[in-house]
Design a protein around this ligand. Structure first.
Ligand code: NAD
Ligand code: FES
Length: 288
């Protein structure tokens, strides 16, 4: 069992949990993810790792209550335990394996869209700890939804942006990136975009025009997380790849976003039905 030792609400419907999982903490690398299950009958929920502390033996996860299972998960409190906490899964970010002298010459900008700030943080932190200073655009709907800004500022140069202009740059992250490159003289060798699929698609469209290599992290539907079920399949450079074992990070200019977004929508109707059932159950006092 994996005990929750800290819980925080970061923004409406967005929660942070620090979980005791020493073996995962010891092996985790930026870019990887875990799969949690609340109990024996629970759904498997893939979540990117937000932070890990080898000394304390803890792993930090951040999640948004989008479906039935994450709504149940938000009811977990400090002292409650996950039945399963499997990981680290997937491949580490490409830069972890790069020659440090070459990496230090590169100018990297991360684009963290909404909850996508959580997987960006360990990457920016790792680079900072290895002497590489990156830029990070954090985009959110409004100021209330901006998460991990203070933590990010400790490890990177942060440019906040909000869709409604309530904080930082007013507009989409793509407009801010364009402004930095075209009007503020910024030059980047690599863009790493993590957030909603639609955001990653449009970042890639822009960076293709700007001629900047772009990495994206695909949060596809996952079931086993071990390359067996095929639920997470995506087409990259015309070939079928599994996000759970080959990814989750891929060259964004090679990803078939049209197909990936269609597949992501497959379970939406079923999920809505499950949420309605869950809420009815809660009203009757039947579920947690
Ligand atoms: P959001 O809807 O608030 O979007 C975040 C930012 O993305 C916006 O501020 C905007 O600047 C940008 N954006 C949105 N649409 C855009 C467009 N058409 N063109 C350019 N930029 C655009 O983010 P949210 O509500 O936090 O999103 C949650 C989504 O993020 C969920 O779908 C979740 O599955 C996904 N997510 C992905 C990962 C990952 O690893 N890729 C991790 C966590 C969450
Ligand atoms: Fe089953 Fe990737 S989640 S193959």
């Amino acid at each position: 069992m994996f005990k929750i030792v800290e819980k925080k609400t970061l923004a409406p419907q967005i929660y942070l949990m620090k979980v005791e999982a020493p073996r995962v903490a010891k092996a985790a690398k930026p870019g990887q993810f875990i799969i949690v299950r609340m109990d024996e009958k629970g759904e498997r929920i893939p979540l990117t790792i937000c932070d890990y502390d080898v000394q304390a033996g803890t792993v930090t996860i951040v999640f948004q209550t989008v479906g039935c299972s994450t709504r149940r998960m938000a009811n977990f409190e400090v002292g409650d335990c996950f039945q399963d906490f499997v990981g680290p899964l997937g491949q580490a970010s490409e830069f972890v394996h790069e020659d440090m002298d070459e990496l230090k010459k590169k100018k990297i900008i991360f684009i963290a869209g909404g909850v996508g700030s959580a997987p960006v943080y360990p990457q920016a932190k790792w680079l900072h700890e290895h002497g590489v200073e990156a830029d990070v655009i954090i985009g959110s709907k409004s100021k209330d939804y901006m998460i991990l800004e203070d933590e990010m500022k400790e490890v990177a140069n942060v440019y906040p942006a909000t869709d409604d202009g309530s904080y930082g740059y007013k507009g989409l992250v793509t407009n801010l990136l364009k402004d930095l490159v075209e009007n503020q003289g910024k030059k980047y060798d690599v863009v790493v975009a993590i957030g909603p699929m639609i955001m990653m698609k449009f970042v890639c469209k822009l960076t293709e025009e700007l001629g900047i290599k772009t990495i994206v992290s695909l949060n596809t539907i996952m079931v086993d997380g071990t390359g067996m079920c095929g639920a997470c399949r995506v087409t990259v450079n015309g070939e079928t790849r599994f996000a759970c074992v080959d990814g989750p990070e891929f060259d964004g200019h090679e990803v078939d976003f049209g197909e990936a977004m269609k597949r992501q929508g497959i379970y939406k109707a079923e999920e809505a039905k499950k949420i309605a059932q869950y809420e009815e159950n809660c009203n009757l006092g039947g579920d947690k």
